[in-house]
Design a protein around this ligand. Structure first.
Ligand SMILES: Nc1ncnc2c1ncn2[C@@H]1O[C@H](COP(=O)(O)OP(=O)(O)OP(=O)(O)O)[C@@H](O)[C@H]1O
Length: 584
């Protein structure tokens, strides 16, 4: 999702029109309001002209006619205000609703996007698209609706009225129109590219700030603050530069068209005066005409302003559509797992994140129901990757993985994942109360079951010490709980759901030794009869495993239980002696 496959402006406009289809009725209503607003607005100069003609000279005023005209004028002004207000309300509804829906669609797509897309893209940039770009899009669209409709209609209406008053002068005005349009188009074409660049740089900057803030403690620990500041400065300069250029191009549009329009206005004045001298037009007629000439110029200014705003909006919409239109993961529902025994087989599995760097190749493994598998190996050896394949965060590129004989690609991911309980090194808690977090895994659990699960995982003690116990409100990453406490909550959550298979990735790494021993007991009970994969670094877990997989460079180099592998005196034995025996 890089700039390489940026969508063309015309494609984005088409795409926006597709989104707008749902609002057909509102758009028609808005157009009717725009037409009425314009008609009422354009009536005012006609009435002004007529009023002038009622005042022929000093003491020669036709009061009756003048009063009637003033009444009509008041009506026209009230009509303009009312229909403009109604149009603005409808336009507000359309734009904020469409933006809300686009945000929703983008967010929903993020939830079903292949994890590889999320992993390989900056998270801050995604955030910038959904938050800032959506706002810019809605602002531009609102301006487009409000000013473009009325602008175009005012131009057409003005031409109509001008032709009625005096054809020759109207022709002068119309003949000069393309100059104004050409100037606006010339400047606008340069503005889109600049706004696109600005949105891209904004995304990069948000991504960087997000990364630094999220890892603030690590940044400080490595004294990276100065370097971070410098790098941020570079991004900031780049954004300021593209913003300046975008604003510069957009800002010259209006003055340029204004200049051209002033020329038109003077042309009308001179031509009208000459015509009036020769009796071709009344003074009131010329007054109306000059009124139209200035009204005629105004929408051109507005439209040129709107065009640049719209281009900015389209540039931002393109970035949101890139998310909305990105392919979702393909789901198969050919099979469904209900009661699971837990036999897992890897058949000649191959996988790599990057096709040019092979990782897992020819992996064969059979896990009997209820067995405990410990995966060990040096860092980067592929332990987490194995879990990623098992949970279908990534799909195998060759071979297959089956559960009770069913290929995991033939069932939905949701069905697969509900059969596994995971406790990872990285904890994930959602914003809400402790109770909501625990019941998240099993909303039907009773209060007793919840407390029991918390007791078994030894989370109950610390929850009770919190100011509001189970009703204490926590924020996902607010740091009010220690890493160990967060892990205890995750374990309690898992204990409440008790799925048929488990994945533990160094689940107890942040918990003190005493608590860990207690948790191990709870884990033992939980693992009883459940096929369990443990990415293990602890001797106790490894020693009690039914099968130990020793992995290196994506390959399973040794398989067997602790005793067998020690007797083999290979990689595992070496690891055991270096890490555990010496460490003891
Ligand atoms: N999302 C990813 N995209 C590209 N490469 C990745 C990705 N995740 C992991 N890798 C690479 O794949 C290899 C195996 O990584 P994996 O995370 O499976 O190792 P691991 O054994 O779990 O390591 P550790 O013990 O450090 O957690 C590593 O070389 C790693 O750099």
């Amino acid at each position: 999702m890089s700039t390489k496959n940026e969508i063309k402006q015309s494609q984005v406009i088409k795409r926006v029109l597709v989104e707008l289809k749902t609002y057909r009725l509102q758009i028609v209503l808005s157009l009717i309001c725009a037409v009425l607003t314009v008609i009422f607005t354009l009536l005012v100069p006609v009435l002004t002209g007529k009023a002038v003609d009622c005042m022929i000279g000093s003491g020669q005023i036709q009061w009756d006619g003048l009063y009637q005209i003033l009444e009509k004028m008041a009506l026209a002004i009230v009509g303009t205000c009312f229909f403009q207000w109604l149009m603005n309300r409808i336009n507000n509804y359309i734009t904020y609703d469409i933006t809300k829906n686009m945000r929703q669609k983008a967010f929903e797509k993020m939830l079903v996007m292949p994890i590889k897309n999320i992993d390989s893209h900056s998270h801050g940039d995604y955030m910038s698209r959904i938050a800032t770009d959506a706002d810019v899009f809605s602002d531009g669209l609102l301006m487009g609706f409000t000013q473009l409709f009325t602008g175009v209609l005012t131009i057409l209406g003005t031409i109509f009225f001008m032709v009625r008053v005096s054809l020759p002068i109207a022709l002068v005005v119309i003949a000069l129109t393309p100059v104004s349009l050409l100037v606006a188009k010339f400047v606008a074409s340069r503005t889109y590219a600049m706004f696109q660049l600005q949105a891209k740089h904004r995304g990069e900057q948000t991504a960087y700030a997000d990364e630094m803030i999220e890892n603030q403690s690590v940044v400080s620990a490595f004294s990276y603050n100065e370097k971070a500041k410098e790098e941020f400065d570079v991004l900031n300069d780049r954004l300021a530069d593209s913003s300046f250029k975008a604003t510069f191009y957009s800002s010259i549009t209006n003055p340029t068209t204004r200049f051209v329009n002033s020329l038109i206005y003077s042309g009308v004045g001179v031509a009208g005066a000459i015509l009036a001298i020769f009796g071709g037009i009344t003074v009131g007629g010329l007054t109306s005409f000059l009124g139209y000439a200035s009204q005629y110029a105004k929408p051109f200014n507005e439209i040129s302003g709107v065009v640049t705003e719209l281009q900015n909006a389209i540039a931002c919409a393109a970035r949101i559509f890139e998310i909305i239109d990105a392919p979702a993961v393909e789901e198969s529902r050919e099979n469904h797992l209900s009661d699971v025994e837990g036999k897992i087989v890897f058949e000649d599995v191959a996988f790599s994140y990057d096709p040019s760097k092979p990782l897992i190749e020819h992996l064969n493994l059979t896990v009997e129901p209820g067995q405990r598998i410990a995966i060990v190996g040096p860092t980067g050896s592929g332990k987490t990757t194995l879990i990623n394949l098992l949970m279908r965060f990534y799909d195998t590129t060759h071979g297959k993985i089956t559960i009770d004989g069913v290929d995991i690609r033939s069932i939905s991911r949701a069905n697969l994942r509900e059969k596994f309980g995971m406790v990872l090194q990285e904890t994930w808690l959602k914003e809400g109360t402790i109770r909501e977090n625990l019941l998240f895994a099993n909303p039907d659990a009773t209060e007793e079951e919840m407390v029991q699960a918390a007791r078994t995982s030894h989370a109950h003690e610390f929850i009770k010490r919190l100011p509001n116990g189970y009703d204490t409100y926590i924020k996902g990453d607010d740091g009010s709980l220690s890493q160990g406490e967060k892990q205890l909550l995750c374990i309690a959550r898992l204990m409440l759901a008790l799925p048929p298979m488990l994945i533990l990735d160094e689940a107890t790494s942040s918990i003190d030794t005493r608590t860990e021993m207690k948790i191990q007991e709870a884990f033992q009970t939980m693992m009883e009869g459940r096929t369990t994969f443990v990415v293990a670094h602890r001797l106790s877990t490894i020693r009690e495993a039914d099968v130990i997989l020793y992995m290196q460079d994506g390959k399973v180099l040794e398989q067997g239980n602790h005793q067998e592998l020690l007797e083999k005196n290979g990689y595992y034995a070496k690891l055991y002696r270096s890490q555990f025996v010496c460490g003891k």
